[in-house]
Design a protein around this ligand. Structure first.
Ligand code: NAD
Ligand code: 6OD
Length: 490
């Protein structure tokens, strides 16, 4: 099914030109283990060149553009993504192996939507202004003016590549910044296609630069340690965030971090049972569990515990692990064999820690090319203590542990007993309880009777180890701009 995908070349894009790296690395399709792209890795000199180009563009035509003209260009970028929808879709699917049905409804449309949303929001972005009384009675006008941060380093993960890159790129550009972007080494393609779209839209050279590569001693580190990069926005693992914090410390850059999670789901006995089972199944397994917001810990009120576990098991076993293009497919592989090793180590650990394996726990066998890929079984466990590593550590796979509870307070306490604080989802028909428990969650986003649903103008980010700062709507614009306080004495 994937054999007709050509091996693409993914070059870096610096100062409006596609550039070869001195080294290349292969991108492997996790569906069947074939090479789908050769990726050009940026060395330190290439990152330097990208930063120089981005800095020059700030002073050049981009910096001089009026806001309306900038917004018009970003809208053209949104249209450009839509015009090349099929190319973006094919590239994202080849890199990740995710079902076409998912990428065509989520990843690519959101890539375009991010540019539209932030084009709209930036048009109405105001700043404070105050009238000051002065002893001479003449007064003063005191107002804040927002300027771009400058050159912004955007470092993105592989799970929702275009969606998460543009989620940061669009507001940063809307505020007038220039960009040095590093997509994940696992998903180089859509960021590269976006360079073509930017070029066609007429975005000036140097405004959007793409440098491919890895983290330490590669493009990631070269961006974060670069003295001329004025801010870093990062989505990825908490441990990577910690390393980046250290790296940026000597040059004191503002950072915005969206990090890992170990999210709880709480299901009360008074919930709409079928909706809760469908909602939790979607939340746990979509994108093969590789969503930072996915609930890997599920707490179910005891009267419905056995029935809920059985219903969730049935949902897991009905998932179709198929080729991305098949309409029936609703779960793809993990991103790579390497990531599968990590997830499988937790499947093994769960057994050692005494879990009852409700379903899954291993690698599926297909008898076709998928056996060369990075497939894994959707997996559910019960019976683990809250202190076990399986229940405490982020796995980032299609799996969850389900535990019973008797009292609301107990569920809240277990849900919050984690060093992470990204997201939660609560299922109940009692609206007061929905508010009460939803508000008690120590997280950045708390859903009731839904998951992943969000107006893009609202704040997004994590508490505790799940992040620093908030993006979304005006929160993004606040991060990607620097206020100057101006006071004029009359
Ligand atoms: P990762 O941290 O391994 O990599 C993310 C990016 O950082 C990649 O581009 C990588 O090359 C780069 N990188 C790695 N080490 C670096 C370093 N030392 N300096 C600079 N850059 C470096 O994360 P991942 O495996 O790509 O993504 C999965 C993780 O991301 C999970 O933990 C998940 O929860 C998290 N995530 C969080 C959110 C959120 O919004 N909170 C969203 C998506 C994913
Ligand atoms: O929807 C978004 O904007 C967003 N940042 C989603 C993050 C998903 C994490 O995997």
């Amino acid at each position: 099914m994937t054999a007709n995908i050509k091996v693409a070349e993914r070059k870096c894009y610096i100062n409006g030109r596609f550039v070869d790296g001195r080294k290349q690395f292969p991108k492997i399709n996790p569906v069947d283990g074939t090479v789908v792209a050769q990726v050009h890795e940026a060395d330190r000199a290439m990152v330097d060149e990208a930063v120089r180009a981005a800095k020059a563009a700030l002073k050049g035509p981009w910096g001089k553009l009026a806001l309306q003209a900038r917004v018009d260009l970003l809208r053209k970028v949104a249209e450009g993504i839509e015009k090349r929808f099929d190319d973006f879709l094919a590239a994202e699917v080849a890199d990740t192996g995710k079902p076409v049905s998912l990428a065509s409804h989520l990843d690519i449309p959101r890539g375009a939507a991010n540019f539209r949303v932030f084009s709209d929001i930036v048009r109405t972005y105001g700043t404070e202004s105050y009238w000051l009384d002065t002893p001479d009675g003449k007064g003063a006008v005191n107002y804040a003016m927002r300027k771009p941060l400058g050159v912004v380093g955007v470092i993105a993960p592989w799970n929702l590549p275009l969606l998460l890159l543009t989620w940061k790129l669009a507001p940063a550009l809307a505020c007038g910044n220039t960009i040095v972007a590093k997509p994940s080494e696992e998903t180089p393609s859509t960021a590269t296609l976006l360079a073509e779209v930017m070029h066609e839209a007429g975005v000036p050279a140097g405004v959007y630069n793409v440098v491919h590569g890895f983290g330490p001693d590669s493009a990631g580190e070269f961006i974060t340690t670069h003295p001329e990069v004025n801010g870093i926005t990062f989505t990825g693992e908490t441990t990577t965030g910690a390393a980046i914090m250290k790296a940026v410390a000597p040059t004191v850059k503002p950072i915005s971090f969206e990090l890992g999670g170990k999210n709880p789901g709480i299901v009360f006995a008074d919930c709409d049972f079928d909706a809760a089972v469908a909602g939790m199944s979607h939340a746990i397994f979509s994108n093969t569990g590789q969503v930072c917001l996915a609930p890997e810990r599920v707490y179910v009120e005891r009267p419905i515990f056995d029935r809920f576990v059985a219903a969730l098991k049935a949902k897991a076993e009905a998932l179709v692990l198929g080729f991305p293009q098949d309409k029936a497919t609703n779960m793809g592989p993990l991103i790579s064999r390497q990531h599968r090793e990590k997830v499988l180590s937790y499947y093994e650990l769960a057994r050692k820690e005494g879990a009852k394996v409700v379903t899954g726990g291993g690698v599926p066998r297909f008898g076709d090319s998928r056996d060369n890929g990075a497939w894994i079984q959707p997996t559910l466990w019960t019976g683990l203590p809250e202190s076990s590593r399986t229940v405490r550590e982020e796995i980032f796979g299609p799996c969850a542990h389900i535990a019973p509870f008797d009292k609301e307070e107990e569920a809240v306490e277990m849900a919050n007993n984690t060093p992470y604080g990204l997201a939660s989802t609560v299922w109940t028909r009692d609206l007061s309880r929905g508010h009460r428990v939803g508000q008690a969650m120590e997280v950045g986003i708390s859903w009731v009777n839904c998951w992943f649903l969000r107006d893009l103008r609202t704040p997004f980010g994590g508490a505790k180890l799940s992040g620093i700062g908030r993006e979304g709507g005006l929160h993004s614009l606040n991060f990607y701009s620097e206020p100057t306080n101006i006071c004029i004495k009359l």
